[in-house]
Design a protein around this ligand. Structure first.
Ligand SMILES: C[S@@+](CC[C@H](N)C(=O)[O-])C[C@H]1O[C@@H](n2cnc3c(N)ncnc32)[C@H](O)[C@@H]1O
Length: 295
């Protein structure tokens, strides 16, 4: 099981790593982007990587930290805290930032993490297992209206009301404990002819995952913090996987551009090409936006 980095070459070509400079990889995952930056900033570029999943931290310690002990640093933290973390490390600015949002193949394919409707596992979906909120809490304890609201607003699911109602009806009989139980409830709640191209539970699982991990709030905060940390001429690339993420990236970049702090490196998002998509289905929905700090 390996995570294939999305838009790897295109993103690192944009960042143009150089020796002697400092880079932030805010979403370490399997470390593909970190490794590429380390290679291209040889002999002494530095990468500071973040992830809030302790499995990713263990992977980093077992790989890049061993191979690049003086040039690679891994931090277990939400990336929304990057300003504080770098302040503690006495680093006042960075020359490039990569953010490759969402979850990794390691997370999706591990049924114990409960991210996938295709594998049966506990209803969890936490990237950070210290997070007290899990998918189980949301599905079994939140009010119907709260469940409806996240499914509607985080996934634009047209059958959100029916799904929320059905969840509440089922859990009144017995707690909903597994991903398969939840996926089956969603399948029964939506008209079968409607979902042909995607699994009927795709959107509901996306919405619950976003809520569990406060993904949109953290993205807004993390992105602003990352832009704040960039030095003049430093570049930032953000790869997003759905329209809610991309909207935040687009609006935040535009806000800093209008204030004269950023110049956009691409007006329209950059997509993966057909070759990459044929090798990695995740790349199909990827959109990348890049910018450079002006002052
Ligand atoms: C798509 S993967 C990154 C893959 C990586 N670029 C690679 O090439 O292997 C996203 C990673 O970011 C982490 N992550 C997502 N949101 C985070 C946040 N707010 N703070 C810290 N880590 C986060 C996830 O746990 C996951 O491991």
């Amino acid at each position: 099981m390996l995570h294939k980095s999305v838009l790897l070459k295109k993103s690192i070509d944009m960042i143009q790593p150089e020796s002697g400079k400092v880079y932030l990889d805010l979403t370490f995952g399997g470390g593909g982007h970190s490794l590429e930056i380390l290679k291209r900033s040889d002999p002494d570029g530095v990468v500071i990587a973040f992830d809030k999943d302790e499995d990713a931290i263990a992977r980093a310690n077992g790989s890049l930290k061993k191979d690049y002990p003086d040039r690679f640093f891994i931090v277990k933290s939400d990336y929304s805290q990057c300003v504080n973390v770098l302040r503690d490390m006495k680093i006042d600015g960075v020359d490039g930032v990569i953010m490759d949002l969402g979850i990794s193949s390691f997370q999706v394919e591990d049924e114990k993490r409960g991210f996938s409707f295709l594998k049966d596992g506990p209803l969890d979906m936490r990237m950070d297992r210290d997070n007290p909120l899990s998918a189980y809490e949301i599905v079994n304890r939140w009010k119907e209206d709260e469940i409806y609201t996240i499914i509607k607003s985080y996934a634009e699911e047209r059958f959100a009301r029916r799904i929320a109602k059905s969840i509440v009806t089922h859990r009144a009989k017995k707690a909903i404990k597994t991903t398969k139980e939840l996926a089956d409830i969603v399948i029964d709640a939506v008209p079968s002819h409607f979902y042909k191209k995607i699994h009927p539970a795709t959107k509901t699982f996306q919405a619950i995952r976003i809520a569990v991990n406060s993904e949109l709030e953290n993205l807004e905060k993390g992105l602003k913090s990352a832009i704040e940390l960039l030095k003049k001429d430093g570049k930032i690339c953000v790869i997003s996987f759905h329209s809610l993420e991309d909207r935040i990236v687009k609006h935040t970049f535009r806000f800093y551009k209008d204030k004269g702090f950023l110049m956009l490196l691409n007006k329209k998002p950059i997509y993966a090409d057909e070759d990459e998509i044929s090798e990695n289905i995740r790349a199909r929905s990827a959109k990348m936006r890049c910018a450079v700090k002006l002052n």
